[in-house]
Design a protein around this ligand. Structure first.
Ligand code: ADP
Ligand code: ASP
Ligand code: MG
Length: 445
């Protein structure tokens, strides 16, 4: 069997859904499981609903519901077969009413818990897959629509739930291992806790759902269908001359995802690595292209791609207590641990240690507690630029070229990573575009 995952832009309209189904049809002899995201920007609109309802802003809430209703009813309205279309429209209407009821509940108490947020966000994938399944039946494909919450089993960390891997693998096998199934359609992103409450796996989580399903069923491959020609040398929105990388190792792809290339979700790779399943990243708008193959094979030495992670902060602690002292770093990390703040890069000197963290959080409590260990400095509006590729820093010429082209750019931190495949720099956010353009020109043009 194969897993085909389609991202939001790949199912954003009935025309896009038809393209996706044409791709799935070609794979029917391989018993595909089609995993879909929500249509277009639906997840963003659902998130807007939770926020505007919590603010008590009725107009904004109604407007977001209206956009979601229009997108979905328009798509379903194009289904040819009357009884399939009407059944689909009825189901969509039921879900849309539930979204409205939840929004009313939120606006009454003017508060939205993470758990309630997940209840609303899950509708994106539930709505999209209902339409895709209806369209597939409309096209005469023998189709089975499943509810991923029946097998994606998570903890209660709503909006960022962790999957219980062993229980999930068994449940996937129990629910999806049907050799006779022609086309199975499942939602990405959503799951359920042990006590039966809907949860989600974090933004971009559909890739992870697809990888878990593929791993549980020992798929021969996992295909991630998106809106670009595979993994490219950098985000094509940043550098239009970026080109497709035909092969990447798992280690390279994982590093690239972790350091900001949202084309694949950071944790997608792990279930596939564990079971040695190749992952392909391909373009729904250009299905004839080969895209990128991610596999266990190591790739040739050299820089493969550049990633950027914007909006990070650099936290520096200056203290002479670091001199010849052991246990000091452990104390620092224990503070981060208590605040549940994860650190991406670390550099140390004799009397200071700098760490990069995601900017989204309020760091004032962290600053206060770290203040007991030394003088704390926090620089915001920074960005990480990562060069990813096999053995890049083993070749001193690569490192020299990096610093050569970046003359004049204030580099705040440098980290060679704990793997052989990453060299990361921290620069001010306003320098990202210039830095990436120069590096891309040096290594890829
Ligand atoms: P989907 O909705 O299919 O999951 P995403 O928006 O999550 O798609 O990811 C695709 C986007 O990732 C592309 O449109 C592109 O702008 C961005 N991207 C960032 N880095 C890269 C890269 N190295 N290669 C390809 N795309 C990238
Ligand atoms: N729909 C979810 C999101 O927008 C999950 C995904 O697309 O992967 O984050
Ligand atoms: Mg994505």
């Amino acid at each position: 069997m194969v897993v085909l995952k389609f991202g939001g832009t790949s199912v954003a309209s009935i025309e896009k859904i038809d393209r996706a189904l044409t791709i799935a049809e070609a794979a029917l002899p391989e018993h595909p499981v089609l995993v879909s995201s929500a249509m277009g920007d639906t997840t963003d609109h659902l998130l807007d609903i939770t926020r505007s309802a919590a603010r008590g802003s009725r107009d904004a809430t109604n407007e977001s519901v209206r956009v979601i209703r229009e997108t979905h009813l328009n798509a379903a309205g194009a289904i040819d077969d009357t009884s399939i279309r009407e059944a689909c429209l009825r189901d969509l209407e039921t879900s849309l009413r539930e979204i409205e009821s939840l929004a009313t509940g939120i606006s009454l108490i003017q508060e939205c818990s993470r758990r309630t947020q997940d209840a609303i966000l899950a509708f994106g994938e539930l709505l999209s897959t209902r339409i895709i399944a209806a369209r597939a039946m409309d096209r005469g494909i023998n189709t089975r629509l499943v509810d991923s919450r029946d097998f994606m089993l998570t903890d209660e960390h709503f909006t960022q739930a962790s999957v219980d891997i062993d229980a999930t693998y068994s449940a996937i096998q129990a629910h999806l291992n049907d050799a006779n199934a022609t086309l199975t359609i499942a939602q990405g992103f959503i799951g359920r806790t042990r006590s039966g409450v809907t949860s989600t796996l974090g933004r971009g989580g559909s890739d992870y759902s697809a990888a878990l399903i593929g791993a549980a069923l020992h798929a021969s491959r996992i295909e991630i269908w998106t809106d670009v020609d595979g993994i490219m040398t950098t985000d094509p929105r940043l550098v239009p001359t970026a080109r497709t990388v035909s092969h990447m190792s798992y280690a390279e792809a994982a590093e690239l995802a972790f350091f900001g290339a949202r084309v694949v979700h950071p944790s997608t790779i792990q279930p596939a690595v564990d079971r040695n399943i190749p992952v392909y990243v391909r373009n729904t708008n250009r299905p004839e292209g080969a895209g990128t193959r991610i596999s266990r094979d190591t790739s040739t030495p050299g820089v493969r791609a550049l990633a950027t992670k914007a909006d990070i902060s650099v936290v520096t602690i200056h203290s002479s207590r670091m001199l010849n002292a052991y246990g000091f770093l452990a104390q620092i990390f224990a503070v981060f641990d208590r605040h549940r703040i994860s650190v991406d890069l670390v550099t140390t000197s004799e009397v200071s240690v700098s760490m990069s963290v995601d900017d989204e959080r309020d760091l004032s409590d962290l600053r206060q507690e770290l203040g007991t260990l030394g003088r704390v400095e926090i620089e915001q509006k920074q960005a990480i630029i990562s060069l990813v590729g096999q053995d890049i820093w083993k070749d001193s010429r690569t490192v020299a070229r990096v610093f050569g082209v970046l003359a004049g750019i204030p580099i705040r931190m440098v980290s060679l990573g704990n793997s052989d495949v990453n060299l990361s720099l921290v620069v001010p956010s306003r320098q990202v575009s210039d830095t990436v353009s120069r590096l891309h020109a040096e290594f890829f043009n």
